[in-house]
Design a protein around this ligand. Structure first.
Ligand code: ARG
Length: 406
């Protein structure tokens, strides 16, 4: 199939810069770069000039922060989606939005292919390509990093120099870093040795808890139907709310994770994460659910959370099962309105208080004081019936043993 116009997911880093040139030469096609701004701190400056200088005919940049938080991060939060119980999935929820952006641009520009800079052993290639298949099956996807001739960064740099591709700011960090408002992922270099603690320079935004302020700080988060809307009683727009919590959490060393995780392609990898806002919000949100969800819904939702986390991680954001499970999640969130106060102190989060008009906590039932309204007598009959199957098993066992002795 001849390819005439390619939309490239472009970050401005070494790989995607080399890709623009390499693709235009290999396919003799027109290249349009597309960059989604999801809150990464330093990559966005000069991206347009760089892309055009490298040979793109057009360079598009979109500020997707609001859409990212409201349509992607809030869904992951409501779902309680933490991969393998811990990782809030900043990268994994950012990919489907970038895929949507690429597909939209490809349609508008009449492109016949999209290209990404993911490697052949990561999760992101899966997320990009399954996403494109789900949204625009007619588009061809090109993954240059899986097929090109360069075997190392050095070889890419050599090619960049030869082709006059500007790469200056991209060579400093010994780590591979992916960042957006929901968190930062850091890997490679010394981090590849799981027996070694991460060096301090691996962390990009959080202060070492040892050096965090000696004074704890508290923050009150107000939720409306599962979505955080206020901090300390003041309304915030979604992007500002996450930004403020990232700053606050980072200053107290909150949200550092050091994880060995199972990748989609079957290998285990070690990654460092920093996600202050996501960790604070998940902690507060779960607390609200502990207070307001009935026992069976709370327990069932734990399974759904883990399933949704796997779907997101595995690149199945745009899938019928994800949509169906999110419909369940949204129903459960109707009562997740109220307030949670947390204390931030030297890398730790502690719930100080929770309250809600939908709270199912009933002090008259819970108390051990004179105000107690719980019917203690009723427990007797309940336990008798509830334990009946096990009593029956035990009696049968005993009976069988007795027969052996006869
Ligand atoms: N392991 C994470 C994921 O699959 C992050 C991947 C990107 N990491 C990076 N340091 N570039 O979602």
């Amino acid at each position: 199939m001849a390819v005439n116009k390619i939309v490239v997911a472009y970050s401005g880093g070494l790989d995607t810069s080399v890709m623009v040139k390499w693709l235009s030469e290999k396919y003799n096609a027109e290249i349009i770069t597309a960059t989604g701004f999801l809150g990464q701190t330093n990559e966005i400056k000069g991206v347009k000039e760089k892309a055009l200088k490298t040979g793109a005919s057009k360079s598009l940049i979109f500020d997707l922060r609001k859409e990212f938080i409201t349509n992607y991060a809030w869904k992951a939060l409501k779902a309680g989606a933490l991969y393998e119980g811990a990782y809030p999935m900043a990268t994994a929820i950012g990919r489907p939005l970038l895929v949507k952006m690429l597909v939209d641009i490809a349609m508008e520009e009449g492109a016949d292919a999209v290209a990404h800079g993911c490697t052949g052993k990561g999760n992101d290639q899966v997320r990009f390509e399954v996403g494109v298949q789900a949204l625009a099956p007619e588009l061809k996807v090109i993954a240059p990093l899986r097929e090109w001739e360069f075997k190392s960064r050095e070889e890419e740099i050599e090619y960049a120099k030869l082709k006059d591709i500007p790469i200056s700011a991209t060579l400093k960090s010994p780590y591979s870093i992916d960042e957006n408002l929901w968190g930062i992922a850091i890997e490679c270099g010394v981090l590849e040795d799981p027996t070694e603690a991460p060096p301090e320079d691996a962390y990009q935004i959080t202060v070492n808890p040892k050096f965090a302020p000696d004074q704890p700080q508290s923050v009150t988060i107000t939720f409306e139907k599962g979505i955080p809307v206020m901090l300390n009683g003041i309304s915030y727009d979604p992007v500002e709310l996450v930004t403020a919590l990232n700053e606050l959490g980072a200053a107290h060393g909150i949200g550092r994770l050091d994880l060995i995780e199972n990748r989609v392609v079957g290998i285990k990898s070690r990654e460092i994460y920093e996600a202050p806002a996501a960790v604070i919000l998940h902690t507060a949100h779960t607390e609200m659910e502990r207070l307001n969800l009935d026992k069976e819904t709370f327990r069932f939702k734990q399974n759904v959370s883990s399933k949704i986390a796997n779907l997101i991680y595995d690149g199945l954001w745009y899938s019928p099962l994800f949509d169906s499970l999110m419909a369940f999640v949204d129903k459960t969130q109707e009562c997740i309105t109220g307030e949670v106060t947390l204390e931030l102190y030297k890398g730790n989060l502690r719930v100080l208080s929770r309250s809600s008009a939908h709270s199912l906590y009933n002090k008259e039932l819970a108390t051990y004081s004179i105000e107690d309204k719980f019917d203690h007598k009723a427990s007797e009959g309940f336990i008798k019936i509830y334990g009946l199957p096990y009593k029956t098993i035990a009696q049968l066992k005993k009976h069988a043993e007795e027969e052996v002795f006869v």
